[in-house]
Design a protein around this ligand. Structure first.
Ligand code: GLN
Length: 538
């Protein structure tokens, strides 16, 4: 029977609730339990797929093709398990599903109400995560802060959930802030007390309180929170600020968080296997080199828009015990007249163009790609970054000076990137991209084949436009190699340039499969090539 852990947040957002949830899941997995994770987002969008990265940061894509909150990226990277459609539930999803059922007549004449219809739907999504994953323990994080109007029905559903399942099958973790006041030099517990009271007003008594604070709480503060919160002092788990997020699970482990949870569930407590995580932590704390990578994007002022790419670069660096420093370059800034690209890329040893949508900044990305190709600087293109590489090559090597993508120019005479027939009829923007895992066959003797070391791979997608195969022969004749192709549709997945030390780009998003303990082959080889480039550049 599945057990359920719920992680709520109090006082304010941004306390690291997602990392707390991931760390708990990681620690329970290290005890030998099968874990699965889920995030509830209390907004009315059905999913974040249609939201601007400025609003929401990156959209993380699961293997089964769901566009989800970026916290799911943290989850997958921490627990190294593939999540799915049951892992990100929004108010929009809940409401639209209930309304669809009402229209179908499923409720047989009943008046549809928030309680029980919406709350039942929410509870069903929690049960569904348990049954479809077959996990021993499901960890569900509730987005937002306790007391928000938006999440109040979700909290009510959790209250009912405990009533149905009992204390032995459910566990509530509440994360709060314990601020430090300079001047009087003391930690203040009142915001935490109030937030526990707020949670209790919703009918939920937390079993553990995780306190974020800049310094150690000390016994007196801990006891005070325990007394007001009606929980034993050992169930106050300190989340002291850290410089490296990978320390957090280890810090929680030292405070026995997983053992407290397992004891309440009546589950066996075995010895933890944290060797891989500990190894990661040691690696990260002992990096001895540095390589600089230029990331040319549209939202570089907002690093969260490229969170998984950033994490994948860092993870690949760990393979070489090297720190990856990202030089964030605004693609539009490269379009300014008289720009000196040599100056811009002076300290970078690799150029990465990540995914993106819309025409803003496109010409700047094409210039960056051309600069990488002509100056033999390692290049990694991801999704839009592959389309950019194709356009640049068609224009500057194949002589098609008006080559472009239909996304940027609908009447483009040479659409080397185009919509496929199945995308032309699409009207709705939400959920209609080519999403999730697709198969890709790799050609022997290519860089892609060497990187992966096998001939069939599955990678995650999130795009609408494709390489236009009408141009394949021309580009091939000029030296571009189509090293990865979908065996069913013939759609191009990977391109590369063999007459360049390292020039490769994929239509899929490799960053979603990278883990800190298991970097992705395309990122490993890109960082390796960048380190080589750095050594040899005078
Ligand atoms: N805008 C491009 C497309 O839709 C690329 C998308 C992406 O980079 N994720 O095909």
């Amino acid at each position: 029977m599945t057990k359920f852990v719920f992680v709520t947040g109090g006082v304010c957002s941004g306390l690291g609730k997602g990392i707390t949830a991931s760390s708990i899941a990681l620690l329970l997995k290290a005890k030998g339990y099968k874990v699965f994770m889920q995030k509830f987002d209390p907004y009315m969008n059905v999913d974040p797929g249609t939201m601007s990265p400025i609003q929401h940061g990156e959209v993380f894509v699961t293997a089964d093709g769901c566009e989800t909150d970026l916290d799911l990226g943290h989850y997958e990277r921490f627990i190294d398990e593939e999540l799915n459609y049951t892992s990100n539930i929004t108010n929009g999803k809940i409401y639209s599903s209930v309304i669809e059922k009402e229209r179908r007549g499923d409720f047989l004449g009943a008046t549809i109400q928030i309680v029980p219809h919406i709350s039942n739907e929410i509870k069903n999504k929690i049960y569904e995560a348990g049954t479809t994953s077959g996990a021993d323990i499901v960890i569900t994080e509730i987005g937002g802060t306790v007391g928000d109007i938006e999440s109040s029905v979700m909290m009510e559903s959790l209250r009912q959930f405990r009533l149905e399942q009992g204390r032995e099958n459910t566990f509530f973790v509440h994360t709060t802030l314990v601020p430090y006041l300079y001047g009087s030099n003391e930690l203040k517990t009142k915001p935490t007390q109030n937030s526990i009271i707020e949670l209790r007003r919703l009918g939920i008594q937390p079993d553990i309180v995780v306190t974020r604070a800049p310094i150690d709480l000390g016994d007196a503060v801990k006891k005070k929170i325990a007394l007001f919160g009606s929980i034993p002092p050992e169930n106050i788990i300190e989340a002291k600020d850290v410089t490296n997020i990978y320390e957090i699970p280890i810090n929680f482990h030292k405070q026995n968080i997983e053992e407290i949870i397992l004891a309440q569930f009546g589950l066996k407590v075995t010895k933890s296997d944290l060797a891989a995580w500990q190894h990661l932590l040691n690696t990260v704390e002992n990096l001895n080199g540095e390589v600089e990578i230029a990331l040319v994007g549209k939202y570089v002022e907002l690093e969260d828009a490229y969170l998984s790419v950033k994490e994948a670069l860092k993870a690949a660096g760990y393979q070489y015990k090297t720190k990856v420093k990202i030089n964030w370059i605004d693609s539009e800034s490269l379009e300014k007249e008289g720009i000196n690209l040599k100056e811009v890329f002076k300290s970078s040893s690799g150029i990465l163009v990540p995914g993106g949508f819309g025409s803003r900044g496109i010409e700047g990305k094409i210039l960056a790609c051309q600069y990488a190709r002509e100056n033999k600087i390692p290049y990694l293109g991801i999704c839009l970054g592959m389309q950019i590489a194709v356009i640049e090559f068609a224009r500057n090597v194949c002589g098609l000076s008006d080559a472009s993508s239909k996304e940027f120019n609908e009447i483009c005479p040479n659409p080397v990137i185009d919509l496929m027939a199945d995308q032309k009829a699409v009207i709705n923007k939400g959920g209609t991209l080519r999403l999730g895992n697709y198969e890709c066959r790799l050609q022997k003797g290519t860089l892609a084949y060497k990187d992966y070391g096998c001939d069939t791979i599955y990678e995650r997608h999130r795009h609408r436009y494709e390489f236009n195969n009408k141009y394949r022969e021309l580009l091939e004749s000029k030296g571009m190699v189509f090293s990865g192709v979908n065996p069913e549709s013939g759609l191009v997945e990977i391109i590369e340039l063999p007459n360049h030390p390292h020039f490769i780009a994929s239509q899929f998003h490799p960053e979603f499969k990278s883990r800190p303990t298991k970097a992705h082959p395309l990122f490993i080889s890109f960082i390796g090539a960048s380190i080589d480039y750095c050594k040899h550049k005078k």
